[in-house]
Design a protein around this ligand. Structure first.
Ligand code: 13P
Length: 336
């Protein structure tokens, strides 16, 4: 069989009813997640946890691709096969986080720029050999204390586009992730304005740097009230403002928008995704690339104990099923 091209992979990643599991927490971030269930973070516990998710029965019904971290793409399962092969055998595309994290931006206190372009071409080729079919790069934009500056937005957009072009050259579908953080007391309208400005800058750079829009996915934040904002927008307002923002900024040739959950509870992120899929027809698939919202129920059920593996897998599949239902607007809170 001939291998799928990038356009087909991008479309398959946003197939109806399915979306992406972000399991690419860096070593520092996964430690925080494991600390929260009083479990030591070792190469073994990280493997056990991720293997538990990837081998949950029925995962392939809801999950089209999994974003991995460098350690995980090279790791073997307890039973022997590589984790990448387990995913492939189940028809799930392995992906890889390739940025090197967000670092302080020069001459702009409090703002961040994502690093990782040096040597990226070689790393992408290596990851392609290891089985990755798509990649992720996350830029971080915060709101508050005068931020974000146009300078911060533009340098991050430039780096995202350089990354995306290199991915396509290497045969990997780039997931382009400009995340406007929900931390802060800003209103939903401030989040709207910053998200719109960021997306305009990102697509301007993608166009200048010749990125093929049919062969990429966008991974944005939803347009939300800041987490400390006294007046929280309701689900319908979030859905309509988020979709309107993308109608203003995201070309129809992009096959899919795969949202991050960004610290929302699993239930809230699922309800927002559902409401967006219930709005009028839009040109892109509206899907998910959730980390915390897909994993939190499973992590809580697991508690680092092998005796809880079945319960953790059941919790993961239940959540994946609910998020899968939200993909076509057929989720309701009473399914929780
Ligand atoms: P969250 O859904 O937890 O925000 O994670 C998604 C992700 O990959 C962030 O880069």
């Amino acid at each position: 069989m001939t291998e799928m091209g990038m356009e087909e992979v991008a479309e398959a990643l946003v197939a109806k009813g399915k979306g992406i599991l972000a399991a690419d927490e860096s070593t520092g971030t996964i430690k925080k997640r494991l600390d929260s269930i009083n479990t030591e973070s070792t190469e073994e516990t990280r493997r056990d946890y991720r293997e538990l998710l990837f081998t949950a029965e029925g995962i392939e019904n809801y999950i089209s691709g999994v974003i991995l971290y460098d350690e995980t793409i090279r790791q073997k399962s307890v039973s022997g096969p590589k984790l990448v092969d387990i995913l492939n055998d189940n028809g799930i595309f392995p992906g890889i986080k390739v940025d090197m994290g967000a670092k302080p931006l020069a001459f702009s206190e409090g703002e961040l720029v994502t690093e990782g372009l040096d040597g990226l071409r070689d790393r992408l080729n290596k990851y392609r050999e290891l089985g990755a079919r798509f990649a992720k790069w996350r830029a971080v934009i915060s709101i508050g204390n005068g931020a974000p500056s146009q300078y911060c937005i533009d340098v991050n957009a430039h780096a995202l586009a350089r990354y995306a072009a290199l991915c396509q050259e290497a045969g990997l579908v780039p997931i382009v992730e400009p995340e406007v953080l929900m931390d802060g007391d800003h209103s939903i309208d401030e989040c709207y304005a910053v998200t719109e400005t960021a997306l305009k800058s990102v697509f301007d750079e993608l166009y200048k740097q010749r990125v093929v829009l049919e062969q990429m996915l966008l991974k944005p934040n939803m347009v939300l009230s800041g987490s400390d904002c006294p007046k929280q927008a309701d689900i319908e307002e979030v859905a309509s403002k988020t979709i309107y923002c993308f109608e203003q900024t995201v070309p129809a040739s992009v096959p899919g928008i795969v949202f991050l959950s960004g610290g929302q509870s699993a239930q809230t992120a699922t309800a927002h995704l559902n409401a967006m899929n219930n709005l009028d027809k839009h040109p892109w698939e509206i899907s998910f690339s959730f980390g915390r919202a897909l994993q939190s129920d499973a992590l809580t059920a697991w508690q680092g104990q092998s005796d809880n593996k079945d319960a953790a897998q059941a919790a993961f599949i239940k959540r994946a099923g609910l998020v899968g239902a939200a993909r076509d607007g057929s989720y309701s809170a009473d399914m929780e």
